[in-house]
Design a protein around this ligand. Structure first.
Ligand code: GAP
Length: 443
């Protein structure tokens, strides 16, 4: 990654309405970000692409949307009240706090020394009901996974699935991170896309390896460059308390350990969670095995990805600058041009309709065209400024196609379609445009 790319991404994100600092009017709130008009489109596209691949296209997967607030006993049974800690150190001079594993012996802000490390629970506490008391205390979920485990018997019964099968869920999670930072990489409120895949105990390792491959391929299929992606398998002493094997799918973020950091984790959680909930709730969470005619507790493989990290990775991966510009020589502009090379499935707008002039004889049919395309896709419309400037505005937000309606279009009923990446232009009949775009935007 080139130097200063994070600053450029943060600035582009704000300028073009992808991401704003949360509560900015009141000075912001650390670790909270708002997704603006373009950001929400792109985030929804990431989630839709994940859902399509992992639920819609698979016979062995179902979906779930469980509550963020859960009975506190869930967090006791899962081990979160006991294990969800980070070691926190405080600078003796400036009193800034850091995660111990993220700093050396000296405070990065003032060079002061640290206090001894103290464990800090990362779960955000809340009270359910009007009066806060110990009895109604619970936590905002720090992962969506537990909703799937707790609902496992109901899902099994209602979906009539047989092992192996999985449950997918997308939703918000909360962690009171000691050091949120790097834009939307580490925040206190974030979104996860999680799968719990249930299988027979002796299939755990095989499914773990299959999911690693499948999940890596998903990122590549959506345009993440090979050189920006790698798998990192945990050593035994690095594993979480519930896991016998974990692989991080890492992206070449321009920060993190040696330039790599976690995008998604794929973990073999064995029967840890179902056993823990069976024990704590007193309910059986087994599955009847036709072969052995006995109940077994399934093992679980969990691919868990962050939506916000995916969002940042797609922006970084797609960001391209062309110095001197790539427009025709007639264009006066010779500044640096930015092109966001997003996969069409991820791009906020799939196309933009640009009438060559604002005159009604062009703008009226162009508006009719955009209205009809909007029945199928998010399409932008822009009639302000020169056509070159309008192309650049669309390139900068990653719109794969620009559709120009010119004076000839009135007679020949054709428009010019320009490709964001190649800048190639094709003349397409208006009544074939939807079919043409459908082919190009297929994912
Ligand atoms: N259920 C397993 C689990 O939650 P995790 O590795 O702690 O595992 C999974 O989280 C993913 O959630 C991470 O790979 C990351 O993409 C995302 N994530 C975790 N903490 C985050 C945070 N504070 N901000 C943004 N994304 C986060």
């Amino acid at each position: 990654m080139t130097e200063g790319i994070m600053e450029k991404i943060v600035s582009l994100a704000k300028r073009r309405g992808f991401v704003f600092a949360g509560s900015e009017l009141y000075g912001g709130l650390q670790g909270a970000w708002d997704y603006g008009p373009l950001g929400v489109l792109m985030k929804n596209n990431i989630k839709a692409a994940w859902w399509k691949k992992n639920v819609q296209e698979r016979a062995d997967m179902v979906g779930l949307d469980s509550a963020i607030l859960m009975n506190r006993k869930v967090w006791e049974a899962s081990g979160h009240t006991k294990f969800m800690f980070d070691d926190l150190v405080e600078c003796k001079a400036c009193h800034h706090r850091f995660r111990k594993d993220k700093v050396g012996d000296e405070c990065p802000d003032c060079g002061g020394g640290f206090t001894a490390a103290k464990p800090f629970n990362l779960m955000l506490e809340t009270a359910v009901g009007p009066v806060a008391s110990d009895d109604n205390k619970t936590f905002l979920r720090p992962e969506t996974a537990q909703g799937i485990f707790v609902d496992f018997p109901l899902i099994l019964e209602t979906s009539r699935k047989k092992l192996p099968f999985g449950v997918a869920q997308i939703g918000k999670s909360f962690r009171n991170e000691i050091t949120p930072g790097n834009f939307v990489f580490r925040t206190r409120e974030f979104e996860q896309m999680e799968i719990e895949y249930f299988c027979k105990p002796d299939e755990g390792q095989y499914q773990y390896e299959e999911w690693r491959k499948a999940r890596e391929q998903w990122w590549l299929d959506l345009g993440i460059k090979r050189e920006n992606l790698r798998l990192y398998e945990y050593k035994k002493d690095e594993l979480a308390h519930y896991s016998t094997g974990t692989t991080d799918i890492q992206f070449a973020f321009p920060f993190g350990k040696g330039g790599w950091d976690e995008l998604e984790g794929v973990a073999n959680r064995t029967d840890f969670d179902l056993m823990a909930h069976a024990k704590a709730s007193g309910q059986e969470l087994g599955v009847f095995d036709e072969e052995t005619k006995a109940k077994i507790v399934p093992h679980v493989v969990e691919p868990s990805a962050g939506v916000d990290r995916a969002f940042l990775a797609f922006l970084l991966n797609g960001y391209d600058e062309i110095s001197g510009g790539r427009s025709t020589t007639t264009e006066a502009n010779k500044e640096v041009e930015t092109v966001l090379r997003l996969h069409p499935a991820i791009a906020p707008y799939k196309a933009a309709v640009l009438p060559l002039s604002k005159k009604p004889e062009l703008s009226e049919p162009a508006r009719a065209l955009v209205a009809s395309l909007r029945k199928r896709w998010m399409i932008d419309y822009d009639e302000v400024a020169s056509i070159g400037r309008r192309y650049r505005r669309q390139d900068e937000i990653g719109t794969p196609f620009c559709i120009t309606f010119d004076f000839e279009s009135i007679d020949d009923k054709k428009v010019t379609v320009r490709d964001r990446d190649t800048m190639a232009q094709e003349r397409i009949a208006i009544d074939e445009l939807e079919m043409y775009l459908n082919e190009k935007l297929r994912y």
